[in-house]
Design a binder for this molecule. Structure first.
Ligand code: ATP
Ligand code: MG
Length: 250
């Protein structure tokens, strides 16, 4: 089992990275895979080319109305089926909007148990998060092996990444390792200069690739992204390195 969470500042490229990492894992045989869209302004489904009808947030709302005599666990596993979008090699669960800040409140524990149990049936788990880090504290999912932090290739982007990393390390999160990726890179030397002297868990750079916004404009799913594109080639290289042990074990 590989479990991955993707975090970073708004617009840094989390959803793009999540969608293409899902494709990489599927192509590497990590099937079935569970994708979780944990951003309230969800759009991972578009990148994956699937549609959804309900969210975990909506189910949590209805959970309040479940009659006393009915087991909430039972009810949740039936409703949960409805929220689970099934596609080729992967399923998608959309979290939607929580009730309060960082909280699906009364339903938190029930939902956590449900998602925990559900994710055990998969070979890989990929969670696309909302911008920031604080919400990771909801801990709606089991332990995460790798948290990818996606950053913009500017001094400000990299400072933000440093801040997010420190924040994450102070929250009581159960994360195996943090890996930083600088995205939309056009000048590697310039980025190396910004990174100089900083102690960051850098995995590598991903290039600015015009195919990505082009796909977005045409509403084409990233699962059909051209294999000769610079982003895809570099992503594969970085992930092969990051998951070399898991690939060997297969
Ligand atoms: N390597 C890249 N090259 C070119 N454009 C990119 C690249 N990565 C992402 N983009 C573009 O940047 C924008 C933001 O990307 P994406 O939606 O993946 O970011 P996000 O971090 O998920 O954003 P949000 O915080 O809004 O969820 C999109 O328009 C996307 O097409
Ligand atoms: Mg996103």
């Amino acid at each position: 089992m590989i479990s991955i969470a993707v975090a970073g500042k708004g617009g840094a490229g989390k959803t793009t990275f999540s969608a293409l990492t899902i494709r990489y894992l599927l192509e590497s045989g990590f099937k079935p895979l569970l994708a979780i869209d944990a951003d309230p302004n969800s759009n991972l489904n578009e990148a994956l080319g699937v549609t959804y009808s309900t969210t975990i947030g909506e189910i949590a709302e209805k959970l309040k109305e479940v009659p006393e005599e009915m087991s909430k666990e039972m009810w949740l596993s039936i409703q949960g089926e409805e929220a689970l979008v099934e596609s080729e090699g992967f399923d998608l669960l959309v979290m939607g909007r929580p009730e309060g800040p960082g909280c699906y409140c009364a339903a938190n524990n029930l939902l956590r148990n449900y998602i925990d149990r559900l994710s055990r049936a998969y070979k890989a788990l990929v969670i696309d998060n909302e911008a920031g880090m604080e919400h990771l504290n909801r801990r709606l999912t089991r332990d995460i092996d790798t948290l990818f932090l996606i950053a913009e290739p500017t001094p400000k982007g990299i400072t933000t990444a440093e801040r997010l990393l420190n924040l994450a390390r102070h929250l009581d999160l159960s994360i195996g390792r943090y890996l930083l990726i600088i995205n939309k890179v056009t000048d590697e030397e310039e980025v190396e200069f910004i990174l100089k002297g900083k102690d960051l868990p850098l995995l590598g750079f991903l290039p600015l690739d015009e195919n990505i916004p082009e796909f977005e404009r045409k509403l084409r799913p990233l699962l059909e992204f051209p294999v000769d594109s610079s982003y895809w080639k570099k992503l594969k290289e970085l992930l092969n390195f990051a998951f070399s042990k898991e690939m060997e074990r297969k």
